[in-house]
Design a protein around this ligand. Structure first.
Ligand code: SF4
Ligand code: SF4
Length: 166
């Protein structure tokens, strides 16, 4: 039964692209604007919520320093290291939070799935190019910053994938 529904989903996903107009953007003059949040996971219900898998966002007031995100990444890319933060949070006695190296991250989202405290999600931020490897390492403070830019070409994402309306 599962394989039949999987085949139907694959067919629906593939056939949708027959009706979608192809488009090419002249980046960086023309930029994408993703509609909705990035990829999230609801640990209570055990479901992933569809969204773009761009740069992460870390909510300091929720992170407990449990390291589960780092452990989840160990077998994938070893992109997360736990580092000390200056500010003290009552839910985080060790005072440690994840730091992510985007030179290693493969944007799989497993660290988001592993976080039981709704502290780590992904955002629509896809502009991560840097001149040095060091600049690809995002500290907990950098991960707490919400993406600022907004493109003009709207891209929507649903369970069948990304699409453009126009
Ligand atoms: S999204 Fe990146 S940081 Fe998170 S588990 Fe995957 S590779 Fe590691
Ligand atoms: S982001 Fe989530 S999984 Fe990672 S240390 Fe903080 S609370 Fe734990």
């Amino acid at each position: 039964m599962g394989s039949v529904s999987g085949m139907l989903r694959a067919l629906a996903s593939g056939s949708k692209h027959l009706a979608i107009k192809r488009f090419t953007l002249r980046y960086p003059e023309q930029k994408l604007k993703f509609v909705g949040d990035g990829y999230q996971f609801d640990p209570k219900d055990g479901v992933g919520i569809v969204g773009y898998r761009g740069r992460h966002i870390l909510y300091h007031d929720k992170c407990t320093g449990c390291q589960l995100c780092s452990i989840a990444c160990e077998g994938i890319a070893e992109a997360i290291s736990m580092v000390k933060v200056d500010k003290q949070y009552k839910q985080n006695k060790k005072g440690i939070m994840p730091q992510i190296d985007y030179g290693k991250c493969v944007f799989c989202g497993l660290c988001v799935d592993a976080c039981p405290f709704y502290a780590l999600f992904m955002t629509d931020d896809y502009e991560l190019a840097a001149y040095t490897k060091e600049h690809l390492i995002y500290t907990p403070d950098q991960l707490a910053v919400k993406p600022k830019y907004q493109g003009t070409y709207e891209i929507k994402i649903d369970e069948l994938g990304a699409y453009h309306d126009e």
